[in-house]
Design a protein around this ligand. Structure first.
Ligand code: ADP
Ligand code: MG
Length: 285
């Protein structure tokens, strides 16, 4: 079981520029929580649309559970039910009259019974924390964060095994942002959904994911656990990225002579732990 990309390349038809993706290979296994980072234009959005057959590579193969998704007779529609994709600003795609109908749209298209569709919509709206009082409202009456959660519910109602989100927290305030991140964490931990999160926030990535894909000019530059990826601080900065804030903070402390060992913290929690360790050691000297 997995989604596998084998040496895929892709160039937009109307673009005379270089390839948007160039010889990318990777495998995503069930149960993972993956972060995708990269400068604007590095190919993140193009990459994720290859994972559920929305874009077809010019070269290379896409395999889902070992089957080539472009072989004759393969149902891309079924695949898109299993691999849910939430575009950037998914709220732009809300269009039904009510919140409830909007969430029903996806499962209805799967050809489920009306009862099943309604049950799933209710369940998905509960999951994203939308109270029943919103069900009959127009999606356009909601706040930015609420709209986005309704859009996410529309995908969850399809019961995807894999859930890909393109910058789901972009433009949200800290509360809206944390609600979405905590939701993704719950979906991953409690429902075992594989999450693939495109993000421009290294702090977000450091806090939540267990593997990072770094895109640079259409190529997959790194594919590793966060601690390893963030060791390439200079290279990341060179390609327009950064390491998490707490790494810079700890480096400052080290330069000021607070401690001498290597900086290993990438999250607030880890920075706290390292600082407390140093303080304790200093007290016992
Ligand atoms: P990212 O999501 O990392 O910002 P994209 O995958 O959107 O990157 O873009 C990768 C490259 O493909 C960029 O050079 C971008 O300009 C180009 N591109 C993206 N979408 C289109 C499109 N619809 N038509 C033509 N070129 C595109
Ligand atoms: Mg993008």
């Amino acid at each position: 079981m997995s989604i596998k990309l084998e040496n895929i390349s892709y160039q937009y038809r109307d673009s005379s520029r270089r390839k948007a993706l160039s010889n990318v290979s990777l495998e995503i296994k069930p149960g993972e929580f993956i972060g995708i980072v990269g400068h604007t234009g590095s190919g993140k959005s193009t990459l994720i649309q290859h994972l559920n057959g929305l874009l077809k590579p010019d070269e290379g193969k896409v395999l889902f559970d070992g089957s080539d998704i472009y072989q004759e007779g393969y149902s891309l529609k079924e695949l898109r039910g299993k691999v849910g994709l939430s575009f950037q600003y998914p709220e732009h795609q809300l269009f039904e009259v009510t919140v409830f109908e909007d969430v029903c749209f996806g499962p209805k298209n799967l050809g489920l019974s009306q009862e099943e569709v309604k049950g799933r919509a209710r369940e998905a709206l509960q999951m994203v924390g939308m109270d029943e009082k919103y069900y009959e409202k127009s999606p356009f009456e909601l706040s930015g964060g609420q709209k986005r959660r309704v859009a996410i519910a529309g995908i969850l109602a399809m019961h995807p095994q894999y859930f890909i989100l393109d910058e789901p927290t972009a433009g949200l305030d800290p509360i809206g942002r944390d609600k979405i991140l905590e939701l993704l964490k719950r979906l991953h931990e409690n429902q075992g959904i594989t999450i693939i999160l495109v993000s421009h926030s290294m702090e977000e990535i450091a806090n939540y994911v267990d593997r990072i894909l770094v895109m640079d000019q259409g190529c997959l530059l790194y594919d590793d656990v966060p601690k390893e990826v963030f060791k390439h601080k200079e290279k990341l900065e060179e390609i327009g990225l950064a390491v998490p804030f707490y790494m810079y903070l700890m480096e400052d402390l080290r330069e000021r002579g607070f401690f001498e060992e290597e900086v290993t913290a990438i999250t607030l929690k880890e920075a706290e732990d390292q600082i407390l360790k140093v303080l304790k050691r200093k007290q016992t000297l």
